[in-house]
Each structure stands twice: as structure tokens, then as C-alpha cells.
Write a protein that binds this ligand. Structure first.
Ligand code: AHR
Length: 502
């Protein structure tokens, strides 16, 4: 099979916001406890943060981490996580039916972010609480001093404000499973008033309002219209979430799901434009895709805990999906979609970062290791920064459950003007044959292939483990070359590739 792609230097989508490659860390399962934080672990620092995990996170150059939830945030008292550790209460977490010791709170998370070289994206609780708790939390985090909450922060050991700019107004408030779930009008009004109060403190904050939890929600996309009609003038982003599943083991349908993702983005972008027009507004609102990943492998084993059958355990192994090679292809396609829609999607958070549906896993008292999906996320975060190109793709396709004519090659291209590099991320969705791809490079001066990484495997179900982290990993590719302004490469059946030209 053959595919032809045209990349033109002046035919661009958008400058990519670096925050497209963010991540999410929730007080859930072992994400925090025995994930990022495990005092006594051989690699732990003086704050109890695992050095092996920090090393893997730093390598990803994660721009922003959303915290503390997730469903967890909707019944969370942020004040439980401040002050002397021995005085912090143990609470029952209603979202995940576990016990929360509050050993890690905002101070510890801020210290961890600093050590990881990333920024905080904080969520306020608009489920069991509201405007008052949100404005106090904001003052605690961001006011320099001389007020009740900022002086308390100083007494708790942190004089300088953290100056967190990015705030989420609750989490998945359209979901009946959410503590304090509301209808679109109730939530829209609360989010608008909370946003106004937060902006009264600091006009320069970037605020994220809840959109739909996924595009199969019965309230989608009416939810977005109603919520935005209440909040349009005081928010900057609409939060969207999507998880990808393949319980039927239908690879063709699974790997076409990013087309459903693309429609979701397009529909919400259109709804944003509709409300903008209705409001006669000059303001632009974007999309924060702040939860996305494959999530289904662990569903069965989680049932007992989620049903409450295991009592209220401390940091149980929840949502510990073990990712396979097929998921590498899926994550590659998802990231390609975000790059192609970087005109409207400004923030993205892989959900999550450590142990819970995550690219990084840890063993209690043991090693930290890379799951299969670590790699496509790594390549996009490190080399997917710059300007997204609007590629013209000519390639045979197939019909899937949700979409017809899904091209066998899924591709995105990024021009990094500062480095003078062109990076292509390519997935071959076809399991039967290799595809010869030619990319015509228009308006770019020559160039040669400087990096070529390939991920293939004979078994779509192949996984990595703590004991074997080498089973699914990238290998240097060969055979990709540029001649007469054309990049030519062969994509093996079911493969992920990154090709960089300079
Ligand atoms: O990431 C796991 C959960 O998925 C989050 O807590 C929630 O927001 C979503 O439903």
C-alpha cells in the first residue's frame, strides 16, 4: 500500500501550546501514596518523594499537572492537607471508597511539582463545596501576605505565594456519579459566580469550566451550550474528557476512535463559536482536554473496591491498567489528533501520570518502570513543540463502527522554527501490510533524517512489566531518507514511528 502526504511550510494549523502535553495526578489508588510519595523508599528524598519516579517524570518534560482530582476533588476539603502532618484528619474518600490520610496536600504537591520541573493546574471543589472554599484556597495559594489565608500559608512554612494561574472549576459536574452533581443551569450559575469571585482576586487567572465527561453523555452537547451561556465572559477553556476502550478486542474499531475524538472537539469548538456569536463577544474560549487515555484493562479487578466490598482501604491498587502494544498505536493516534486540533485544544492532560491508568508504574518498595504508552507520550512531549502543520493526506482507508474511510495512516507534523526541525508522528493502523509513505516537503530547505524511532511488535497484546521493561520499546529505524524534497519511509504493519528532519 502507498500513502502520499504534503507538508507546506506556510500551511499551518496553529502554534502548539506546550501545555498540550500536560498530565493529571489524582488522590486515587496508588498515584500519590507509593506512587510519587513513599517515605522510606530507597530512592526517596528528604520530603518522601520517590527519586526514581521524579527521574521518569522529568524526562517527559511535563509542562503542567492537574491536581487533586478528578472525582476525588468533589468531596475534598483542601484545608485537610495543610498544617502539621500529625494533625491532619483521615477522611473517607467517597469517589473511590478509600481512606485519605492527607499526608500529601498542597504544600507537598507544590514541592513535588518544583522537583519535577512542572507547573500546577489546580481544581476547586464545586461538588460538596462552592465559591467560598474556592476563593479561600486561591487566596491561600496566591496572595503574597497580610491576609488570613496567606499568613496561614506562611506559618505553615511557605512565605512566597505559588501564584498558580490555571484553575479548574470543579470536575465532571455533568456526571450523576459526581458528588454534588448538578444540572447544566445549576452548575453554570455556580461556575460563573465562582469564576467572578476568583477573577476579582486576579484578572489574569486562566479558568477551566466543566464540559461533558464524554461525548456519549445524554446531556452532550447541550451541556456545553448552557454552561457557556452562563460563563462565557469569565472562563478561558472548556474541559473535555475521553477514555478509549477495546474490551471486544476489535483493533480496527479501536484504532479509529480518534475520529470520534476529532468530532467531539469539532462539536464543542462549534458550540463555543455559537455562544460567542450569541453573546456578540470578542473573547476566545478554548478546549482543555484534561483527561484522556486508554482505560479498560483494570475494570474487572477494580469492581470489588469500587463497590465498597473491600471496606475503606489505604492506597489500594486501583485503575492499574497494564498497557499493551496496541495502546501505543492508540496513544499515538490520540496525540496526533490533539496536534492537528491545536488551534482549539490548548491544554491536554494524559490521565493519569503514575500508577493510575498511567505511563509510569511503581512497585511498593521496588522499582519504577515505563509502560508501553510512555514512549509515544514522551516523543510527542519532547519533539511535538512548535507549529502544527496542516497536512494533506492521500491514503486508502477502511470503514469502522463509527466512521467510514478511516485512513490507514494517521499522521501529524510539527515544524519547530527555532530548531529548524520537522517532526512527523505516524501510525500504520493496518495489520496486514506495510505502507510506503512519501511526504512532499514544500517550502522547506532540503534536510536529512536526524532521528527515526520505530515501535512494532509481533503481538498487539505485548506488555512491559517491572521485570521486563524492554519488551515494548522504541528502536532506531532505518531506511527513511529525504531526496529531492521528498521524505520516504516504510511503515511496517501495526507500527508507530517518529521521523525528524533537519
Ligand atoms: O481519571 C479517573 C477518573 O475519570 C477521574 O477521577 C474522573 O474525572 C474521570 O471520570
Amino acid at each position: 500500500m502507498k500513502a502520499h502526504v504534503t507538508a507546506h511550510k506556510d500551511y499551518t494549523v496553529s502554534r502548539i501550546d506546550d501545555r498540550l502535553y500536560g498530565a493529571f495526578l489524582e488522590h486515587l489508588g496508588r498515584a500519590v501514596y507509593t506512587g510519587i510519595y513513599e517515605p522510606g523508599h530507597p530512592t526517596a528524598d528528604e520530603n518522601g518523594f520517590r527519586g526514581d519516579v521524579l527521574e521518569l517524570v522529568r524526562a517527559l518534560n511535563v509542562p503542567v499537572v492537574r491536581y487533586p482530582g478528578g472525582n476525588f476533588v468533589s468531596a475534598y476539603n483542601w484545608e485537610d492537607g495543610i498544617g502539621p502532618r500529625e494533625d491532619r484528619p483521615v477522611r473517607l474518600d467517597l469517589a473511590w471508597h478509600t481512606s485519605e490520610t492527607n499526608e500529601v496536600g498542597i504544600h507537598e504537591f507544590a514541592d513535588w511539582c518544583r522537583a519535577a520541573g512542572t507547573e500546577m493546574m489546580l481544581a476547586v471543589n464545586l461538588g460538596s463545596r462552592g465559591l467560598d472554599a474556592a476563593r479561600n484556597f486561591l487566596e491561600y495559594c496566591n496572595h503574597p501576605g497580610g491576609s488570613y489565608w496567606s499568613d496561614l500559608r506562611a506559618r505553615n512554612g511557605r512565605r512566597e505565594p505559588w501564584d498558580v494561574k490555571l484553575w479548574c472549576l470543579g470536575n465532571e459536574m455533568d456526571g450523576p456519579w459526581q458528588v454534588g452533581h448538578k444540572d447544566a443551569h445549576e452548575y453554570g450559575k455556580l461556575a460563573a459566580e465562582t469564576a467572578k469571585a476568583m477573577r476579582a482576586f486576579d484578572k489574569s487567572l486562566e479558568l477551566v469550566v466543566c464540559g461533558s465527561s464524554h461525548s456519549d453523555m445524554p446531556t452532550y452537547p447541550e451541556w456545553e451550550r448552557v454552561v457557556l451561556e452562563h460563563t462565557y465572559e469569565v472562563v478561558d477553556h472548556v474541559s473535555l474528557h475521553m477514555y478509549f476502550r477495546n474490551p471486544e478486542k476489535n483493533t480496527a474499531n479501536f484504532l479509529a476512535l480518534n475520529h470520534k475524538l476529532d468530532r467531539y472537539i469539532e462539536t464543542v469548538a462549534s458550540t463555543i463559536n455559537f455562544v460567542k456569536a450569541k453573546k456578540r463577544s470578542k473573547r476566545n474560549v478554548y478546549i482543555s482536554f484534561d483527561e484522556w487515555n486508554v482505560w479498560y484493562h483494570s475494570n474487572k479487578q477494580d469492581r470489588a473496591i469500587l463497590d465498597g466490598g473491600n471496606g475503606w482501604p489505604l492506597a489500594p491498587g486501583l485503575l492499574e491498567d497494564i498497557y499493551n502494544f496496541e495502546d501505543v498505536l492508540q496513544v499515538g493516534c490520540i496525540l496526533n489528533t490533539f496536534i492537528r486540533r491545536s488551534d482549539v485544544v490548548k491544554i491536554g492532560c494524559i490521565a493519569q501520570l503514575v500508577n493510575v491508568i498511567a505511563p509510569i508504574m511503581t512497585e511498593r518498595s521496588g522499582p519504577a518502570w515505563r509502560q508501553t504508552i510512555y514512549y509515544p507520550y514522551y516523543f510527542a512531549s519532547i519533539h511535538g513543540r512548535g507549529t502544527a502543520l496542516n497536512l494533506l493526506v492521500d491514503c486508502p482507508g477502511y470503514d469502522s463502527e463509527h466512521d467510514d474511510n478511516v485512513p490507514y495512516v494517521d499522521v501529524s507534523g510539527v515544524h519547530n522554527e527555532e530548531e529548524g526541525t520537522l517532526t512527523f508522528f505516524l501510525v500504520n493502523r493496518c495489520g496486514l501490510e506495510a505502507i510506503d509513505v512519501e511526504v512532499s516537503l514544500k517550502g522547506f530547505a532540503g534536510g536529512t533524517v536526524i532521528d527515526h524511532q520505530v515501535m512494532t511488535h509481533t503481538d498487539l497484546e505485548a506488555v512491559n512489566t517491572a521485570a521486563d521493561q524492554q519488551n515494548v520499546r522504541p528502536r532506531s529505524g532505518s531506511g527513511a531518507r529525504v531526496a529531492d524534497g521528498v521524505l520516504a519511509a516504510s511503515l511496517p504493519a501495526y507500527s508507530y514511528q517518529m521521523i525528524r528532519v533537519k
